[in-house]
Write a protein that binds this ligand. Structure first.
Ligand SMILES: Cc1cc2nc3c(=O)[nH]c(=O)nc-3n(C[C@H](O)[C@H](O)[C@H](O)COP(=O)(O)OP(=O)(O)OC[C@H]3O[C@@H](n4cnc5c(N)ncnc54)[C@H](O)[C@@H]3O)c2cc1C
Length: 413
């Protein structure tokens, strides 16, 4: 069966209602494109883990009108404190808070994924132009005359073709739409990320939810930051592993983690010991697809460029993609340009930046896990650069501006 996803001037079908798919629907809404979101999960919820929203991402979300809701749920950390796991010495302290706002014009926030998801969904549902088809799996996309086609199936395997002006593949690292565009399979990168959320009342006394912590070890690292308005701490511990688990969120035995951190500073070990319900995520990225778009079909977010989380940028890039996509489509419509050409321009605009982030994230993995004696040089360089020096190296990343059409007023407050 084939049916039109939406009637009207502009319509899009978005495969995947993750951060990227929701951001795309919000950004497209602002240029008058009505979206149908197709999501394979039946419940549109997110796991309890957190996400860091650097200014390049928060700027876009504020421009989309989510600022007040974000500021109610997020934590705006004062600083990132970087320490050595062995011995606990401070290597650097990067000021966030007001420093980030002044330097980049938007805040550095940390938030529970479930809260971010709810905020985005609420904003979408406030408009009637968005339709959500949950419990449907997208299997392929292609072009169909002057339209784009997405093939979906429900839980009993019943297939259906949806048609719209555009199809956006925002179906994450294991994207089926990337396959449709000839992109390769994800590659396991040899790390397991262990994640837990610890209620603030159960934290060791030395841990502050208003500060982000980054601990670097020889073969492992640890990140933590406040979520849920400071009522909990999100903890991510990364260790090497040969086991390429296929998907998100595997249950885990904390004894394995404590063993991997057996030589870490007691404060880091106390924090890990407070974690319950650890979940493991095997970390993948993927080679860039040969093309980001084919006619009226395009990729967005992890589907286009899965990145390791060591720069905390995968979600941020997905949000940037959404802003860039809407801006270029909006400009193309005004100029009378074909949507397929706008999608080509979008891919061309995003490719170099996303590849740079992908490479730097891999590089950070090597730096974070350096063993002695290389770690001595790393620690020396970090101390010498100081927090401001480290931050200055990220101006190209955090200073990203959405193309004019969707920039709006990002004055965060
Ligand atoms: C440990 C860890 C920490 C991270 N920390 C950060 C951070 O601090 N900051 C940051 O910016 N990023 C971070 N990231 C990266 C970030 O989580 C991802 O880059 C981001 O979720 C990508 O968003 P997305 O919408 O492209 O994909 P996803 O979030 O994966 O969403 C894809 C959606 O598509 C659905 N889907 C999948 N296949 C289909 C299908 N065939 N049909 C229909 N629906 C489908 C999925 O159910 C899902 O809802 C981290 C990642 C990890 C693993």
């Amino acid at each position: 069966m084939t049916r039109s996803a939406h009637q009207g001037a502009g319509s899009a079908i978005i495969a995947g209602a993750g951060i990227g798919g929701l951001a795309a629907a919000l950004a497209l809404r602002d240029i008058g494109v009505a979206s149908t979101l197709v999501e394979k999960r039946t419940a549109l919820n997110e796991t309890g883990a957190g996400i860091q929203l650097s200014p390049n991402a928060s700027r876009v979300l504020f421009a989309l009108g989510l600022g007040p809701a974000l500021m109610r749920q997020a934590v705006e950390p004062e600083a990132v404190r970087i320490r050595a796991l062995r011995g606990g010495a401070e290597l650097s302290r990067l000021e966030l808070g007001e420093t980030m706002r002044q330097r980049y014009g938007a805040p550095y926030l940390v938030i529970a994924r479930s809260d971010l998801h709810t905020i985005m969904l609420d904003a979408l549902r406030a408009r009637t132009s968005v339709r959500i088809l949950a419990g449907r799996t997208a299997s392929a996309a292609g072009n169909h005359g002057e339209q784009a086609r997405l093939t979906i199936a429900n839980a009993s395997g019943q297939q259906e073709d949806l048609l719209a002006d555009l199809v956006i593949g925002a179906d994450g690292v294991w994207s089926r739409i990337r396959e449709s565009l000839g992109g390769g399979a994800p590659r396991y990168r040899g790390y397991h990320a262990w994640r837990a959320v610890i209620p603030a009342s159960e934290l060791p006394p030395h841990v502050r939810v208003t500060e982000t912590g980054l601990w670097l070890g020889g073969g492992q690292h640890l990140v933590h930051y406040g979520v849920a308005g400071g009522r909990a701490l999100n903890v991510v511990a990364v260790i090497p592993s040969r086991e390429a688990l296929p998907d998100w969120s595997h249950e885990a035995d904390p004894a394995v983690l404590m063993n991997a951190f057996s030589r870490a500073d007691m404060r880091a070990r106390d924090l890990l010991a407070a974690g319950r319900d650890w979940r493991i995520h095997a970390l993948h990225d993927a080679p860039p697809p040969p093309r980001w778009s084919d006619g009226r079909v395009a990729l967005l977010g992890d589907a286009a460029h899965p990145v390791l989380p060591f720069l905390a940028q995968g979600g941020a890039l997905a949000i940037e993609d959404a802003a860039a996509l809407a801006a270029l489509l909006g400009e193309a419509a005004v100029a009378g340009m074909a949507p397929a050409r706008a999608l080509e321009m979008y891919g061309a605009a995003r490719r170099a930046r996303t590849m740079k982030v992908q490479q730097q994230a891999r590089g950070n993995g090597r730096i974070y896990h350096m063993r002695a004696p290389l770690s001595f040089a790393r620690n020396f360089a970090m101390r010498r650069l100081g927090g401001a020096g480290v931050l200055a190296r990220y101006d190209w990343l955090y200073g990203w501006q959405a193309p004019q059409a969707v920039r709006g007023d990002a004055a965060a407050g």
